[in-house]
Design a binder for this molecule. Structure first.
Ligand code: C2E
Ligand code: MG
Ligand code: MG
Ligand code: MG
Length: 290
């Protein structure tokens, strides 16, 4: 009887498990060849100033075009890259791509006109003893205003190796780079992290924005509280995952500084983001030609 039960369990359980393990094994193997074969690229999601409605900055988001499996979500491959240690190479590649775009905009736009770009960085990167040096080297190697680069990190990235993290973030902040606390409110220690590290911006997690327009829910008072608290300590606030007009209006009414979400724009290709700033880019090109 016992044997039968085991066999049955195996028969039900195995195919799905096996498929999952196989898929993961394939991704793990293929990930390491991805950079070499130019399978990665960045898309940029515009983020808008909620008062002026102008483009404020953009978040760079990584995309992996797998040769047979198609587009794989970063939610799926970033954790694998973190576990295998490949994230260091991949993360450095992302930073270099963004530095090149910022340098290009710096050369084409007049001073102060280039939008900022934020880059998501993983725990492994923040905790690396050389992370601040890598960032300093990146700035030294490219011509752009360091204020145009932002780094987004989640709470989990900051929980371990706090000595390294502390040293890195202090130095990176001193270089003029803005620090964003991503997915704010979803971890355990948001407030102590704000006290401990020199953040400039919090990104209210999408899970809070979802319920914001429901009359009796807790999301709205929580968002109000987060905005008030952030402003009280001199931080600015981005709302992420804004999907409806109602959410948008609520956030503008309640002094949320910046807005990001599908209702405004999905992540788009570099050429497309350049059309947002193209009047400025074009006038500069003209100036250069004259
Ligand atoms: P994140 O940093 O919180 O980025 C925001 C995610 O929300 C993005 O998903 C974006 O496409 C999505 N999003 C934006 N607006 C909306 C909306 O209105 N509704 C909904 N449902 N989603 C919205 P994406 O691009 O799939 O990235 C997922 C996560 O993967 C990111 O979350 C970030 O943690 C990670 N990631 C992406 N690119 C990189 C990277 O270059 N390096 C690292 N380390 N992580 C990255
Ligand atoms: Mg982010
Ligand atoms: Mg986020
Ligand atoms: Mg998120």
């Amino acid at each position: 009887y016992h044997a039968k039960q085991t066999r049955e369990r195996v028969a039900i359980f195995q195919p799905a498990m096996l498929a999952k393990v196989q898929q993961r094994f394939i991704l793990e193997q293929d990930l390491k060849k991805g950079l070499e074969h130019h399978q990665f690229h960045l898309v940029y999601q515009p983020i808008f100033d909620s008062h002026s409605e102008q483009l404020s900055h953009a978040e760079a988001l990584l995309r992996w075009e797998h040769p047979t499996l198609g587009t794989i979500s970063p939610a799926e491959f970033i954790p694998i890259a973190e576990e295998t240690g490949y994230i260091n190479e991949l993360g450095q590649w992302v930073l270099e791509q963004v530095a090149e775009v910022l340098e290009n905009w710096h050369l084409r736009l007049s001073p102060g006109q280039s939008p900022s770009i934020t880059v998501n960085v993983s725990a492994k990167q923040c905790q690396s003893p050389t992370f601040a040096d890598d960032i300093a080297a990146l700035i030294a190697a490219h011509r752009f205003d360091p204020h145009c680069l932002g780094l987004e990190m989640t709470e989990t990235a900051l929980l371990e190796h706090s000595d390294n993290v502390q040293r890195n973030l202090k130095r990176i902040h001193a270089l003029g780079i803005s620090l964003y606390l991503d997915d704010f409110g979803t971890g355990y220690s948001s407030l102590s992290l704000l006290r401990q590290y020199p953040f400039n911006v919090i990104k209210m997690d999408r899970s809070f924005i979802i319920g914001i327009d429901q009359p009796h829910g807790k999301a709205a008072p929580l968002c109000r509280g987060m905005i008030a608290m952030a402003h009280a300590v001199g931080l600015t606030v981005v709302a992420e995952g804004v999907e409806t007009k109602q959410q948008l209006c609520w956030l503008r009414e309640h002094q949320c500084d910046y807005l990001q979400g599908y209702v405004l724009s999905r992540p788009i290709e570099r050429q497309a983001i350049e059309t947002w700033i193209s009047p400025n880019l074009n006038s500069c090109i003209r100036l250069v030609r004259n």
